[in-house]
Design a protein around this ligand. Structure first.
Ligand code: PXL
Length: 276
């Protein structure tokens, strides 16, 4: 069985980071080891969350894994809470990156703003993870922060291409941007390969809502698909279709929660979609 390690926080309630990565990747038939970087009572879109920092556990976990000789087919990083955590993640890339795909979701911002708790110098540190990554998949806001560019709500393909090229210039082998729209009613993902400069686009119906945690659900499904052998454009399209299905199911629920989507009941769809 393929095995990956996912390095990000546990938001105890909130349907994001490890509480979605673990079930989604496991459901896709891939073993998902976890390196919990912190335990929060909820994700940071709630008020009054607690935060227990687990940075001091990250190196001992790596030491033990190394001693045991564990290897991984992919390393997948998401939300990270500090400069030191980014440095330790670089150690994971060095120790376990040979033969593994490195997938970096720089989960730190949305809608033009950094999440609560991040200082303006944090994106520059997160950008260090791009060097050598097989795939980086920020949303538009995160890409702008990573590259020190001003966030824009109106843009054209030239601007999007500039962002993708900027991400490749930082050392990523493939760059994808989520949450891109060139046309009312359509939302999608675009990507650029550093190898052959192949550009791809995939658009789905733009449901007029925004839910928290969809970025992590998207990335988790993309990671599962990549490890299962899909090409980058294929994995991105599959993850987009799954995320839309999660949102559809959420909207169909009366009194649905605002803090996360129904990724659980969309898992049968994901497995069916994997057969295509
Ligand atoms: O979904 C990204 C995410 C992950 N982890 C924590 C967060 C967020 C977004 O707000 O707060 C703790």
């Amino acid at each position: 069985m393929k095995r990956i390690a996912s390095i990000q926080d546990i938001s105890a309630l909130g349907k994001c980071s490890l509480t979605v990565a673990l079930p989604i990747i496991s459901a896709m038939g891939v073993e998902c080891a976890v390196v919990p970087t912190a335990v929060l009572s909820t994700h940071t879109q709630f008020k009054g969350w607690t935060f227990c920092d687990l940075t001091d556990e990250m190196e001992p976990i790596a030491d033990h894994w190394k001693q045991e000789g564990f290897t991984f087919d992919a390393l997948y990083t998401g939300y990270l809470g500090s400069f030191r955590q980014v440095d330790i993640v670089k150690r994971y890339f060095r120790d376990f990156g040979a033969g593994a795909k490195i997938i970096v979701d720089p989960a730190m911002a949305d809608n033009g703003k950094l999440y609560a708790g991040f200082t303006p110098d944090f994106p520059g540190k997160m950008a260090e993870l791009l060097d050598g990554a097989d795939l980086v998949l920020p949303n538009l806001t995160e890409a702008c922060f990573l590259l020190g560019k001003e966030y824009r709500e109106d843009y054209d393909r030239a601007f999007i291409l500039e962002l993708l090229e900027g991400l490749l210039d930082r050392g990523a082998k493939n760059a994808a941007l989520t949450g891109v729209s060139f046309e009312k009613g359509k939302l999608g993902v675009v990507s650029l390969s550093g190898d052959d400069h192949a550009y791809s686009e995939y658009f789905t119906e733009h449901l007029p809502v925004s839910f928290h945690g969809t970025g992590d659900i998207y990335s988790s499904a993309a990671v599962g698909a990549l490890v299962a052998g899909r090409t980058v454009p294929d994995a991105l399209a599959l993850a987009a279709d799954y995320t839309v299905e999660c949102i559809r199911l959420t909207l169909a629920e009366e009194n649905h929660s605002w803090y996360g989507v129904n990724f659980e009941q969309a898992i049968p769809y994901l497995l069916e979609r994997m057969k295509r």
